[in-house]
Design a protein around this ligand. Sequence first.
Ligand code: COA
Ligand code: AMP
Length: 632
Amino acid sequence: MSSGAYEAAYEASMQDPEAFWAEAARGIDWINFPKTVLDESNPPLYRWFPDGRMNTCFNALDRHVIAGRADQPAVVWDSPVTQDSRTYTYAQLLDLVGRAAGMLTALGVQKGDRVVIYLPMIPEAVVSMLACARIGAVHAVVFGGFAPAELAARIDDARPKVLITASCGVERTRVVEYKPMVDAAIDRSQHPPESVVVLQRPQAEAAMGERDIDWRTAMRPDGVGAAGCVPMLGSDPLYILHTSGTTGRPKGIVRDNGGHAVALHWSMTHIFGMQPGDVWFTASDVGWVVGHSYIVYAPLLAGCTTVLLEGKPVGTPDASTFWRMIEEHKIAGLFTAPTGIRAIKKEDPEGTLIAGRDLSSLRTLFLAGERTDPDTWQWATDRLQVPVIDNWWQTETGWPICANPIGTQLFPIKPGSATMPSPGYDVQVLDAEGERCAPGQEGALCIKLPMPPGTLETLWGDDDRYVESYLSAYDGYYLSGDGGYIDDDGYVWVMGRTDDVLNVAGHRLSTGGLEAVVAGHPAVAECAVIGVADELKGQVPRALVVLKGAEEPTEEEQERIRAELTQLVREQVGAIAGLQRVDIVAALPKTRSGKILRRTMRQLADGDEPQVPGTIEDAAVLDALAPVLRRR
Ligand code: COA
Ligand code: AMP
């Protein structure tokens, strides 16, 4: 870590990206080192390391065992909700993954086939993902908090041969039965999997049907042989991860094998400052990109120990969980979302639960998923006495677009800023005309193409949608969907989404998806869902609905409809999308062309100065709504 090291790395990545990433590619093992580093023959689609041959699982497991890390813990599972914990060394994990890969092979899964994984935060989630990588199957992990309709949409997009699930997940306050949700999703899907592998958990055993296979039986060492690593091209897909866009239809982000392994491996040292053997804990969920990249792949590619928490920062059992874990597991790097820290701060404002804990192993706290607000940053900095580092990225990019690259050079921290663009990312702020904004001027945060390795290749089965969604607003640029600015010192400030994507407790949700559910209620004529500011979760969804019929319903009827709508969203999207409030209103404000003014409503609800477009159809509608929006 030296002064000027960042600039040298960043400049090198801009001047000669191919040389920069070819060098980084030497950090992983290849069967055939790539001859082509970047294939630019089909812009705006780019491929990294297309002719290199490697296997991601080999790089995450086998090579560490070969290099002498067989007995080092690879995964530590800590489950306060079940009062259980388990540690797997690299050798033990390799054994399990080999057998899980053998089980999938026996079920007919071949290279390129898809496997949907719908699991809670248990080691089998990591095992399943790596087993897919081992045999070249493409995994599509679906967050366990999503309801059957959302799961069904992802099944239909991925068309998996096999689905892996557990009988249940254990949440803070309840046991969530997964298997009935899987059955319901399969019932409504057009392309159901041939087999469903079920891990039975004692908290709620699942009823098994014809296509169901018991995980433990299928994994018995005497019943299944271990599968070896299938050589993959660098540009072959490793996984699909669905994320929310503005419409209800999720986008299947496609990640490759080679670029992903190179970038994630490189990021662990150069951005996060971790070394092989370090203990690393990301408190997220394997169903999100933060979980894919920094619970599973990056720490294992880098030879670290990754800690998996089945629990929450608070309530399992209290706000000391993270501190206990740092002490017990000797965690060097902790990565979570600001909302997790806010939840702890709310329960234990003075941080009294930190006292008496030995946190001396902790070197850095990393925060991502939403902007780190300066209050949260200050609280964590004061209490933990380590650098607290905000980093900005998205499902699409897979690793930080911007960070304070402590592994290369630590910049003075400006709370609220994501600091510097990571090497490989040419971040530009563009105005509506596509011109570069001056320092300090807010605009659309864009990345000049080609993006670095590890970023999305395309959308699953839909290059056109990829180009249309991300690459067509500004020629030659990737549109991040976030707005912000770059200050005079080159620090990047991310100010929030410029589209209708919601961010609830670091979970990304689609306004359009929620509106489709609300609009599906028979009493609703029209609706809008907006994300309003929330002290704990950053944003929470709020619905405004116009009812059918000329007569105003009684207060009792309104109450019933409000409750039904809240329930409908929980059932169809998931509990994570809990509507904070539902207001029944006479009309929604629109432009003359019929576009609902969600942003203006959100500004009113948040107490910000509303920007009312000149094209508003009827300003009186907005005036009438203002007092309703200001209600909490
Ligand atoms: N399976 C099933 N249900 C789930 C679930 C899962 N994997 N994850 C969440 N849910 C349910 C919860 O049980 C809860 O249900 P309830 O309303 O019946 O109690 C609901 O979804 C909302 O969960 P959550 O958003 O987690 O809120 P919370 O109030 O339980 O916890 C925080 C609040 C801030 C502690 C929690 O959101 C958190 O730990 N966030 C950390 C940030 C994070 O992991 N972000 C991910 C991206 S980095
Ligand atoms: P996801 O794809 O679910 O990871 O969500 C990505 C979105 O979360 C981004 O487009 C941002 O809007 C937001 N986000 C993530 N990290 C940050 C951050 N550090 N600062 C500001 N916004 C962030």
